[in-house]
Each structure stands twice: as C-alpha cells, then as structure tokens.
Ligand binder design. Sequence first.
Ligand code: FAD
Length: 330
Amino acid sequence: MSKNVFVFAEQRDGEIQKVSFELIGKARELANTLGEKVVAILLGHKVEGQAERLVAYGADEVILVDDKMLAEYVTEPYAKAIAAVIHEFDPEIVLYGATAIGRDLAPRVSARIHTGLTADCTGLAIDPETKNLLMTRPAFGGNIMATIVCPDFRPQMATVRPGVMQSCPMDTKVKGKVTKFTVPFAAEDMNVKIRKVVKAAKKATDITECKILISGGRGIGKADKFEMLKDLADVLGGEISSSRANVDAGWIGKERQVGQTGKTVRPNLYLACGISGAIQHLAGMEGSDLIIAINKNNTAPIFDVADVGIVGDVNVVVPKLTEAIKKYTE
Ligand code: FAD
C-alpha cells in the first residue's frame, strides 16, 4: 500500500536548495496528519554528507542514490532514478520544488509512472474524510484558486513554488535513517553530453532570501523613484522589490517582482510604497513578518494586511524615513 510523504531534495553543486527544506517542513505537517513518515530523495554524486542536513530539517529517512550519472542534473537519468525509487518504495505523496529542475523533472516522472501532477501549488492539505492530498493553485489567469485531487493514482504529486512553505527549525540532535539505493543505469541513459558548465558571472539578487524589502508600486510615479527606495533600503540593509505594474512598465527587472506571477517573499520587514494591494500582489508577500504600507489612499486594500499603515505621499514619507533612520544609526 502506498505510504509516506516523499520530497525530492534538490541539490546544486552538492548544496541542498532552500526550497527542499521548505517542502520538508510542509511534508512534516502532512505526514503527521496521515500518521506517516517524511522521506527525502537525495540524488547526486558524492552528496552523502548532505543527508544529515535533510534529517536536521525534519526528514525521518533519506533515500540516497549516489552515482556518477547523477553528478550534474540531466533529465533522463534523474527521471529514471526517481521513477525507480517510486516503484521500489511506493510513496503516497511526492513533492518537488517548482524550480527550473523541478519543473523539468516532475512532469517526466509523472508520465513515466502514470500518475497526475499539479504544478505550482500554493497550498497543500489532507482531506480529513478521504485522506487525499488537496492541492491548491491559482487557475484561469489567477482569477480563481482551484483545489485539485488525484484520487485514483498514486503517488499524488505536486510542485510547489519556492518561498511559499515554511521550513521547520533546524535540529542537529535528531537522528534519521539513510537508505542507499542503487539504480541500474546503462550508458544510453545519458543522452546528453555536458561539454562545459558556464555559471552566470554575477549572482542576481534573490529577493526571496532578503530580510528587508522596500517594494515600489505604480504610486512611486516614475522609474527613477526606485533610487529613493534604494536609499532607504541601503540604510536598512535591505533590497528593493516591486509590484508587477512597474515590471510591466519596464522600470525594474522581472526578478524583483513580488506576487503570483513573480516571487513569493517572507521577509522580516516588507515596506509597500505606493502599492494598492491587489490580490495577486498579496499572494506573494502576505506571509511577511511585519508589513508597513505607505499609500495616499486610506482605503487601499494593502492596509487590510498591513501591521502599520502610513497614509501619505511616498515622495514625502520615504525621504523623511531615510533621513530619520540615518540620524538614528549614525
Ligand atoms: P496600482 O494598483 O495602480 O496602485 C498604485 C497605488 O499607489 C494606489 O493604491 C494609489 O493610491 C497609490 N499611490 C499613487 N500615488 C501615490 C503617492 N504619491 N504616494 C503614495 N501612494 C500613492 N501584480 C503583482 O504585483 N504581482 C504579481 O505577481 C501579479 N500577477 C498577476 C497575475 C495575473 C493573472 C493578473 C491578472 C494580475 C497580476 N498582477 C500582479 C497585477 C495586479 O492585479 C495589479 O494590477 C498590480 O499589483 C497593481 O500594481 P500597483 O499596486 O503597483 O499599482
């Protein structure tokens, strides 16, 4: 019988990606509800040392497939390895990060093992009656939230966007089991030859990792007003982000967009400047610890989620805030 909640533990250059810890956090909650275990699947070459980190973040067991064929991510051997693990261990649920790798791998696996896959989920829960996984994601252009079930096939599989789920605190004292599993690879499983790996010269700022975000909406008025927000971000040790309106206007890069079609962020402080608070924007930031909103319209929906609201003109409030904080920190 299918059992346990599995998480594909994505690693790059031997480093487990943050989304995998977030998924283990969610898997822990689902597994507790089902009375089952959390199992991480770790694929790679010489990655055994990473298994204990997965346990520290909440996995009861790690299934390790260590093979030269898995040294770099290539779709075919990775899909073969995951399918083999699923055939052998028969999981109830398998979760993947909705990253470039997860989005490539999960559909391949789902076709190979004949089960469903719900992509880009923002919510996961267990139906109390049927015990099926309820997989929620935006649908029809974000106008509705659809909850999808996979009642007839196992495992139930979903990809989840980075930043949506919360990881459990790390506990290095807990012990877990590491099970080594061998996949019988053949030379023809490697259908791609990697000649050279070229890394991006400069690592772009990842707003999902930032503790303080100063976010600008259409209300800032023009592109160069991001400089004003940058000054405030600098004195606070934060970064700038944006609503989609300004990304669409070409004022700032897409990698800084917060929201349903941008990134999901969870900083300690999210300062929304001239952002109305459309549902698609809120979807990406309402999990922030402290939300401060500056808006000249006191009925703007952003104030419904803000912990602190400032009714005023961003062009007046932001420079004053920057000056005050500068003085305070000097
Ligand atoms: P507006 O809604 O135009 O709001 C500007 C605000 O600034 C207003 O509240 C106004 O009162 C205030 N203001 C104006 N001047 C000043 C001033 N001088 N001082 C203070 N306040 C001022 N949006 C996202 O952000 N992220 C997404 O990922 C996203 N995905 C989407 C996906 C779909 C399928 C769809 C349909 C929409 C999506 N949107 C997304 C767009 C979203 O619906 C809104 O259109 C967008 O968030 C609005 O951006 P905004 O708040 O900056 O602009």
